[in-house]
Every structure is written in structure tokens, then in C-alpha cells.
Write a protein that binds this ligand. Sequence first.
Ligand code: PMP
Ligand code: GLN
Length: 385
Amino acid sequence: MQRRAQRLTGLGTTIFAEMSQLALRTGAVNLGQGFPDTDGPSEVLEQAVRALRTGRNQYAPGPGVPELRQAVADHQRRHYGLDVDPDREVLVTTGATEAIAAALLGLLDPGDEVVVLEPYYDSYVAGIQMAGGVRRPVTLRAPDFRLDTDELRSAVSPRTRLLLINSPHNPTGTVLDERELTAIAEVAVEHDLIVVTDEVYEHLTFDDRVHRPLATFPGMTERTLTVSSAGKTFSVTGWKVGWLCGPPDLVASVMTAKQFLTFTSGAPLQPAVAYALGLPQSVLDEARDELEGKRDLLCDGLKRIGFGVHVPQGTYFATTDVRPLGYDDGVEFCRDLPTRAGVVAIPHQVFYDDVAAGKPLVRWAFCKRDDVLIDALGRLERALA
Ligand code: PMP
Ligand code: GLN
């Protein structure tokens, strides 16, 4: 007898855990899993220490500590002009991952269809499946990875309940533009769909590109759950403090599911994230500019080595086509890479239903110290160029 529920069929170990283990085992430079190798602002860390030392160590309230809910509401108003009630329209979660999982569990019935951009972040597949939903991917295709709005329209059926959107998009680095976001909003309104939008890279957009939340588009406030997280914005991916904002009835449904997953977590970290969200714009600008420099360092180096490089508009990740280097399969390339070059990267194709669309593509994380990126490029150049 198989001791595993059918709802887990096809869900193995995440590619990120697998590749990080491979990097550890082989001593390779890890440009796979997206986590920074330096800490965020030290004053934010100090706030967490202070909270630990001043008795903030018991359960936080289920929806999140009041100062963090208020800080999220202030953030939405300051950056996007969105009016959010901190008491009824904000829910603090264990990272964006739990926000998305709880949203899917709280909003989907078995057989409901979810239209989702692919390549998708891997937890979406698991979340949809565990909630009994059915995914209907819309593919962002190389080389530009733009949204085909006709494909989006034709993915919607009478069974569609929800659109699951991600922008800035992992792994392609696409930042959806005005036209694409307008099309998504029109489809959602026309078919009366709920939209869950994962905006964890909201502050990591490059070349003066502006991130616009879907919730700001006409007809969207009342149907959109906007998800974000402290991990990427403040370089604290291990804290797993996330949140979502949206209309009270949707937030209440997510809360019902969430309270039986974790109830609450990260009590002493929540006040520190509230503090971080109140830091001046210059802190976000500096972090973004530094990351943009790393993007250019990595992308220029990968081009020199001979990869076909897609320079991302946002996120932590660059995508390359490995065919100029004599491979046609990114999985094979990434399997060879640690021993051949001493570097770990992530094959795109594990993020697709349309495996052929992702086959020659490989994702590289550049949220690393410059010396680490230079070391990785040196290794790649010696082994591949
Ligand atoms: N969504 C996307 C697109 C991501 O890249 C990640 C990884 N950080 C997450 C969600 C998960 O975020 P968290 O670590 O806050 O759960
Ligand atoms: N979000 C990170 C990435 O895309 C990894 C998160 C994880 O390991 N689950 O690489």
C-alpha cells in the first residue's frame, strides 16, 4: 500500500532544496536557490533582537501583530495609493508561501480551475493540487517572456475560479506592463474571477521600471488578494514573514484556512518587519540599485561565456538559453554543471507543463556577493568557454 495521499502525486522534493543540497555536497557555488548571502539592514535585525529580549515571544494574534498590519496598510497607501483596513483587510502569514497555500485552500473547491502563469513558482502547483484545484497554465515564452493575452483569454473556462498571477515574475524576471495587467484585469472582471497576485519582488525592479499592483486596476480591489513578504525586500528569506491584503470576505476565507495551518508564527519578527516597512524609500532604492549592479555583473559575464542571456526586468534571477553551449536540455546541463564547473543553477523546465517551452532554459540567482558572482563566472569561463 502506498503510504502517501493522492493529493501529493507528482510532488517530489522541491528543486530548490535538491539543488542547494547538491551545492553543499559538491562544494559548488550556489546560484540556484534564491536567497541573499548577506543580511538586510542591521537596524531591522536589531529590532528583532529587541523584540526577543522584551517578551514578544508568545503567540502573536492570528491575523498578525497590530503594528505589522498597520505598517502593511501604510505601505500599500504610500507606494500604491491603496486604501487598506489593517483590521479586516490584512493577514500576516508564514511567508508568501503560506499566504498562497491558505488562499488556495480557503477559496477553491475540488475541480475549480486556476489559470496560472507558467513557468510557475513551484509551490503554486502543490498548492493548487492540495486544494483539489486544476491548473490551466498560460505560458510566458522565450525569448521575451511576455504575456500572450489571447492565450490568457482562451485559458478561462466556465470552471475557472481564480487567476494566480506573479509579477515581477520568478523565474523569467518579467515585470508585467500596463497592457498586460489591463488585460488580466479585464478578464477577471468579465468572468467574475478572484485574483491572487504574488508580488514578493515588488521592490526589486530594474531600469526605472515601476511595479504596479493588479489591485490598483479598475474593478480589481474587490476581487484581488495581493501577496508579499519581507524575505526579498529586506534580505531576510529565513524569517518567513509574509502577508496578504484584500477585501474582508476574501481575507476572512484565507484566515479560516490559515488558522489551522500555523495559526500564527514569527511573533518577535513581526514587529521588526513592521519597523522595516517604515524605513525611508532610500533603503529600498539602495538595495534595488545594488541588486541591479549584480544583475549586470552576472548577465554580462554569462554573455561573454556564450550563453543566450535574457536580462530580467526584476527579481533575483537571470535566465539563459544553454543551446549555444552545446546542450539542448537544461536539466542535463544543470546536472553536469557542479562537477564540470563547480556551479549550481536551476533548470526552468521543472516549472512548466509545456516542458518543451522550458527545455533549454536555465535560471541563475544573482542575489549574491559580487566576489561570489565573480568566482562563479570564473569557474564557468574556465569550464565552458
Ligand atoms: N513567491 C515567489 C515568486 C517566490 O520567488 C518566493 C520565494 N521567495 C515565494 C513566493 C515564497 O516567499 P516566502 O519565502 O515569503 O514564503
Ligand atoms: N523563492 C526561492 C527561489 O525561487 C526559493 C524558495 C524555496 O527554496 N522554496 O529560488
